[in-house]
Design a protein around this ligand. Structure first.
Ligand code: SAH
Length: 476
């Protein structure tokens, strides 16, 4: 080990930064975050530091560095970009045994500043001992992505309860068990979802139950949008919940690579959803979710795209609410956003489209009785979900209500996946293109002038050979 890792308390202590440019400004910002009083010595300041000095947030001595600047300082950072000045600062700091750092010059440093993930009070520091700052940054980026944003709040809550828990559970082993359960259960989950009051309530409950046998209930439902297919489009929160759920109830639209990311030992229940043959009725799905949560399990209800866009998420949580089952909803990238991006078709565009409407081509009663008068307006983009079956009627009606037969229209089959196919046609020719190419679900229809941009903006080149789409029908 080349360096000894430590975290230093510099609150209200004077820290010296020599240099006034952008690099110095970054170091000043960091020191201020840790509560230091910062003294900057530099003949001139850049814009950022000038603003700080003007508002009195830092002390500025407008001249070159002099030895007595070190008086009373806790640590020193040299960031002048002039080697001779930096060397002198390091040398004089060294003579006084003061921790000194010269930016980008490890040989002259008596301490180095790690890459950091800051979820205060939780902090993760990464260092390669100066070997490769880029590598350290990459490791940090990975840690960033798997450390939920609200971990700091979680740590804060645990800190506030530390003493009380210690008093309530004097036995150290039992106390560790208690904390482990808190961290794996609904308390932690609620803080991470930003529901602090509910978290505190659960923690109180757990604490009250701690004297008794048995665990606090932890059954809950995560209604999670899995996006349109590409696993890289999952949100951090979706991934985290996928990895902690005990059982997953998923739709046909959820792609195999995404299911692969669910915790290995989670039970999998297929809920189906096909246009003509629902594997499970919506009512049975609602009942299933309640039953599983009541069995004290963490239930992942995984849906294609976004749960609140043609996903019946509203109905599912209404039932959960009625039955008092705790839940949270995680939005996902909806097919319109995913498919449009991956097909190079901006849904709005200053020249072509000032509005965008999402409609379903599959209505509850099996008809496609949409408000065609409204949809036929020019300068707007119409996105049709579940539209394959009704494509003939939809195109015909839009034309009958005044939208030009030459209006560009696109079909995006299996968007954002290696099997993505894009077909561009016009309102008039679209139904025929569907038949001729045997286009299959899932397919999204985009209608409007923006579609003509596809030719110019098409950028996505799936690497794998197109996968033959499932022979099933459109889901409802
Ligand atoms: N909640 C989902 C939509 C469910 S409705 C969402 O927000 O995306 C199902 C319809 O979505 C399909 O019939 C199809 O029109 C569209 N769809 C979903 N994923 C798709 C994909 N990868 N490619 C093309 N269309 C998709």
């Amino acid at each position: 080990m080349k360096y000894f890792p430590l975290f230093m308390d510099i609150r209200a202590r004077c820290c010296l930064v020599v240099g006034g440019g952008d690099v110095a400004a970054r170091k000043v910002a960091l020191l201020r975050r840790a509560g230091a009083k910062v003294l900057v010595v530099a003949p001139r300041l850049g814009t950022q530091l000038r603003a700080l000095a003007a508002e009195g947030a830092i002390e500025h001595r407008a001249r070159v560095f002099e030895e007595h600047d070190l008086d009373g300082c806790r640590l020193v950072i040299a960031a002048t970009g002039e080697e001779s000045v930096n060397a002198r600062v390091a040398e004089l700091a060294g003579a006084r045994e003061l921790p000194g750092n010269v930016v980008d010059d490890p040989a002259r440093c008596s301490f180095i500043v790690p890459s950091m993930v800051d979820r205060s009070p939780l902090q993760i520091a990464v260092s390669t001992g100066g070997a490769s700052p880029v590598l350290a940054r990459q490791v940090r980026a990975r840690l960033e992505s798997c450390t939920p944003a609200n971990y700091g709040r979680l740590a804060g809550l645990l800190e506030r309860y530390r003493t009380r828990v210690k008093q309530a559970i004097p036995d150290a082993d039992r106390r560790r068990d208690f904390w482990e359960r808190v961290l794996e259960g609904p308390v932690a989950e609620r803080v991470l979802a930003g529901q602090d009051a509910a978290a505190e309530h659960s923690l109180e409950q757990a604490l009250r139950g701690a004297g008794m046998a048995g665990e606090a209930p932890r059954g809950e439902v995560y209604l999670v949008g899995a996006g349109p297919g590409d696993p890289d489009l999952l949100t951090f929160r979706a991934l985290r919940l996928m990895q902690q759920a005990d059982v997953v109830v998923f739709d046909r639209l959820v792609s195999e690579p995404i299911l692969d990311m669910v915790r290995r030992d989670a039970e999998r229940i297929y809920a189906g959803k096909e246009r003509t043959r629902h594997s499970l009725s919506q009512e049975s799905i609602n009942e299933l979710l309640i039953r599983l949560a009541r069995e004290n399990r963490r239930v992942l209800r995984l849906k294609g795209g976004d749960p609140f866009i043609f996903g019946r998420g509203g109905e599912e949580i209404a039932t959960l609410m009625e039955h008092g089952v705790p839940f949270q909803v995680v939005p996902g990238i909806t097919a319109a956003a995913g498919c449009a991006s991956y097909a190079g078709i901006p849904l709005t565009h200053r020249d072509y489209s000032q509005a965008c409407i999402f409609v379903t081509g599959h209505l509850r009663d099996g008809t496609v009785a949409l408000n065609y008068g409204m949809l036929a307006h020019p300068n707007q983009t119409v996105v049709v979900y579940m539209g394959l079956h009704g494509v003939g009627v939809i195109c015909e009606q839009l034309i009958a209500h005044g939208r030009a037969p030459s209006t560009p229209a696109a079909l995006i089959q299996q968007g954002t996946t290696p099997g993505q196919r894009v077909y561009v046609a016009t309102l008039e020719s679209l139904p025929e293109v569907v038949t001729r190419n045997k286009v299959k679900a899932p397919t999204l229809i985009i209608i409007g002038e923006v579609v003509q941009l596809h030719e110019r903006l098409d950028w996505y080149r799936p690497e794998a050979a197109p996968v033959e789409p499932g022979a099933r029908d459109d889901p409802a």
